[in-house]
Design a protein around this ligand. Structure first.
Ligand code: IPE
Ligand code: MG
Length: 224
């Protein structure tokens, strides 16, 4: 969800207003994806590196997560969209952790057929892989796992995304042409789509354009 700050700056507004507008876009696009049958929609909301930002911006973002997750807890069942959080939750404020646990409970109640919108908060792909390596090593230490058991599938099962398939399509808005530590393991064969549109301006028509582009790709997964 990139470009919130630039969107606000263009309008002479504080960056926080851009984040607020971006959060609205998240709600619109997450609902749209569920409506058109996309089972998993995952957005990068806050990276393990974003703590470097000024404290007031970090606080504003945490407040937005509080607000949207609380609201999602009320509306999830009506819309049939399960909102979950992916990332190192241990680094988040206690009340936010409690809110995320509540969202998880409701998401579980919705059952396996519900569409899922994942918010990546305090997420970094390298951090995720490091945590997976540590977890695997601990299992080896206690004899739960043998070195030969470390397959690609085993590693995938120790990532935050264990319960879902790899992404088919990754969209990066705002004109940046990099992945910025997003789903590095999972994106091995993902299709990328880059657009100059700033995230707060991203509409359902932009989503359709990305999907249309995706539908014309030939995916060979290393074959011919
Ligand atoms: C939102 O966009 C991404 C978040 C970290 C919430 P940015 O805040 O990175 O916006 P730009 O890149 O400064 O425009
Ligand atoms: Mg940015």
């Amino acid at each position: 969800m990139d470009g919130n700050g630039r969107w606000a700056k263009k309008r002479g507004m504080p960056r926080q207003m851009g984040h607020r507008a971006g959060a609205e876009t998240f709600r619109t696009i997450a609902t749209y994806c569920a409506d058109i049958g996309i089972k998993y929609f995952t957005v990068y909301a806050f990276s393990t590196e974003n703590w470097k930002r000024p404290q007031d911006e970090v606080d504003a973002l945490m407040n937005l997560f509080r607000k949207y997750l609380r609201e999602a807890a009320d509306t999830m069942s009506q819309r049939g969209v399960a909102v979950r959080v992916i990332g190192d939750l241990s680094g988040l404020p206690d009340d936010l952790k409690a809110q995320i646990a509540e969202n998880d409970t409701i998401a579980d109640q919705l059952g396996p057929d519900a569409a899922v919108a994942n918010l990546c908060i305090n997420y970094g792909a390298r951090d995720e892989i490091k945590n997976a390596v540590q977890a695997i090593c601990r299992e080896i230490q206690v004899g739960k796992l043998r070195v030969e058991d470390i397959t690609e599938g085993c590693i995938a099962k120790h990532l935050y995304t264990a319960h879902m398939p790899d992404p088919d399509l990754i969209i990066r808005p705002s004109g940046e042409m990099r992945t910025s530590n997003f789903l590095l393991w999972q994106s091995a064969y993902s299709e990328y789509y880059f657009t100059d549109v700033l995230w707060p301006d991203f509409t359902t028509a932009d989503m359709d354009a990305a999907l249309d582009d995706f539908n014309h790709r030939q995916r060979r997964y290393g074959g011919i």
